[in-house]
Each structure stands twice: as structure tokens, then as C-alpha cells.
Design a protein around this ligand. Structure first.
Ligand code: PGA
Length: 243
């Protein structure tokens, strides 16, 4: 089984237009390894500009999409609209689940909408600290995975990506141990069922150059979803180089 590593940079609600272009140019000018997929997720308003600055071999995506195809949905952006600009989209990030009250069911529908539009979704799952301490992490993450798998039906497993991001590790500097990341990614893979061996599963949460290699060495961790460290070209490139 060979799953190509994917390093994804989620810029969140950071970067001015100039910052975004400078970051895109720095990545484009770098010598990227051939054995890894690299993707960046700028704020949606900069996607078009970043697209023009970005080299062909770097994937580009949005941080969210609508579950709806078109119509009266003020403020939302449809997957088919994004597809005109980029090839990937993050859905179900814990900050969307928290701030926009996104349910497991809605996240599943967003993943399905992305796939129907020809985008590769990175669907995020992960538990809170409270849930982990109560010993319920696998129950909660398992339900999140089930909702995504059910919504996308029989799409080949190689066409979507999952990301395990424990909420307590995001932006906190408190990363999960590589053993914890491996154990949950293995659990997620088994939960997916028949297509499990083909799905790329990323770890995310306080990834930095110093800990990237330890995650990537795990059998069921196929890449990384990087927040803060993706805003600095040298750090992001060092993480890419750890593949
Ligand atoms: P972080 O964010 O790397 O800043 O912890 C990760 C994410 O939210 O994807």
C-alpha cells in the first residue's frame, strides 16, 4: 500500500493580500520534493490571487464550502464555484464545528458536495479534551467518521482525505504524541471499512518542524494539516522536507 504523503497548510483568517502573495511566491520558488503533495488553503478572498502566484505543482484549496449547490445562501460559497479556482477544500474543521455550529451530518454533506463538484475534500474529525479525558475519544471520532463515510457513499477512497485533529492540540502548542496520533489514525482507517487502506489520513494540531518527522514515521499517518507553522514559509518548507 503506498499512499502519497500530503502536507496541507491552513492559513485560517490570517494574511493580508500581500502576505498571501509573498507566502505563495516563497513556496513556488522552493525546490519541493517530488514524493509529496503540497497544498495551501488561503482565506477564500485571496484564492484567485494566490492561484496566479502559485506554481503548478502546489495544490490550492478553500477552508470551507457550502453543502448546497446554488441559490439563496448569503455568505456561502458553493463547491462548484470553488472548483473554478482550486482543487481541494477543508470541511468540518473544528473551528467551523465550534463557531458555526456545524453538525456531523452537515460536515458529511459538505464532503459530498465537494466530491460532486470535483474537489478533493479534507474532512476533519477530532475530540475535545473533555471527551478524551472521559475515555470517549474513539466513540466521538468514530461517529464523525461514520457521518462522512455515509454521506459520500461509494466514492473511491483515494478521492478524499481525512484529518485527525484533536481539538486540544490545535493552536495550543500541546501536540498529541505520535503514538496517540498513530493509534487514532489506525482506528479511523479501520472505521472507514473496505476503502480504509486507500484513504489518506492526516494528523493536525501544533505541528512544527521539530515534531513533523515523528508523525510522518507512523504507519497510518499519511501527512499533516498545519496551521500556525504554515504561515512561515521556512517552517512550512521544513515540514514538507520531513516527508
Ligand atoms: P495549528 O492548527 O497547527 O496552528 O495547531 C492546525 C489546524 O487547525 O489545522
Amino acid at each position: 500500500m503506498s499512499r502519497r504523503p500530503l502536507i496541507a497548510g491552513n492559513w485560517k483568517m490570517n494574511t493580508t493580500r500581500n502576505d498571501a502573495l509573498a507566502l505563495a511566491s516563497a513556496l513556488t520558488d522552493a525546490d519541493l520534493p517530488q514524493n509529496v503533495d503540497v497544498a495551501v488553503f488561503p482565506p477564500s478572498i485571496w484564492i484567485e490571487a494566490v492561484r496566479r502566484a502559485l506554481g503548478q505543482d502546489i495544490h490550492l484549496g478553500a477552508q470551507d464550502c457550502s453543502a448546497e449547490v446554488k441559490g439563496a445562501f448569503t455568505g456561502q460559497v458553493a463547491a462548484v464555484q470553488l472548483r473554478e479556482l482550486c482543487d481541494m477544500v477543508i470541511v468540518g474543521h473544528s473551528e467551523r464545528r465550534r463557531d458555526a455550529y456545524e453538525s456531523d451530518e452537515l460536515v458529511g454533506r459538505k464532503a459530498a458536495a465537494a466530491l460532486a463538484a470535483g474537489l478533493t475534500p479534507i474532512a476533519c474529525v477530532g475530540e475535545s479534551l473533555e471527551v478524551r479525558e472521559a475515555g470517549e475519544a474513539e466513540n466521538v471520532v468514530g461517529s464523525q467518521v461514520d457521518a462522512i463515510v455515509q454521506a459520500i457513499g461509494d466514492v473511491p477512497a483515494s478521492e478524499f482525505v481525512l484529518a485527525y485533529e484533536p481539538i486540544w492540540a490545535i493552536g495550543t502548542g500541546r501536540s498529541a504524541s505520535s503514538e496517540d496520533a498513530q493509534s487514532m489514525c489506525a482506528f479511523i482507517r479501520s472505521r472507514i471499512g473496505a476503502g480504509g487502506p486507500d484513504v489518506r489520513i492526516l494528523y493536525g494540531g501544533s505541528v512544527v518542524p521539530d515534531n513533523a518527522g515523528a508523525y510522518l514515521a507512523q504507519a497510518d499517518v499519511d501527512g499533516l494539516l498545519v496551521g500556525g507553522a504554515s504561515l512561515k514559509a521556512d517552517q512550512f518548507l521544513a515540514i514538507v522536507a520531513a516527508c
